[in-house]
Design a protein around this ligand. Structure first.
Ligand code: ATP
Ligand code: MG
Length: 145
């Protein structure tokens, strides 16, 4: 499906950029006039995906996070968050609620579960040592409809 509009954002994996990426995607989709709930869902999902790049993909340093958002016809929004970090050994397992490789109790292991429940579609592809791509989709329902 043809994109009506698209944007690309490249940021270093510094924690300040989690809020920036979330706000940038929110501003990008604003013309679709999302409800407060739809906007909150998308912001939270972006936040979880970007945080994963910061804390997991590039856990030993700073790397590049590639964020892409597209608006397709009928209010479909596709957001891709990609890193070239450590990658995930077992994606299916990583996506299970409460699974985390973080052993200090700081993480709940709910990031993917949140992305899955707040968005209509979630696809995760990863290659250990090469990086991870998270693609999420949500349709913004027209308020006038
Ligand atoms: N971009 C990524 N690169 C490498 N590993 C990742 C990435 N995203 C997620 N993971 C792995 O998948 C696991 C599950 O991710 P998820 O976001 O669901 O939970 P979490 O980040 O551990 O905890 P929470 O998101 O609740 O703070 C992580 O613990 C990590 O091992
Ligand atoms: Mg997470």
């Amino acid at each position: 499906m043809k994109a009506i509009n698209e944007m690309k954002l490249t940021v270093p994996s510094r924690s300040a950029n989690e809020g920036f990426a979330r706000a940038a995607v929110a501003a990008f989709i604003a013309p679709l006039d999302p409800t407060i709930g739809e906007l909150a869902d998308i912001k939270t999902a972006v936040s979880e995906a970007v945080t994963n790049c910061i804390v997991h993909a590039y856990r030993d340093g700073i790397g590049v996070i590639y964020i892409q958002a597209k608006i397709l016809e009928q209010g479909r929004v596709v957001i891709r968050v990609r890193d070239t970090g450590c990658g995930i050994e077992d994606v299916k397992k990583a996506m299970e609620p409460l699974f985390t490789t973080c052993e200090n109790g700081e993480r709940a292991g709910l990031g993917f579960a949140v992305m899955e429940s707040f968005m209509d579609k979630l696809r995760v592809s990863s290659r250990p040592g090469r990086g991870t791509t998270v693609t999420m989709e949500k349709t913004i329902l027209s308020k006038g409809a």
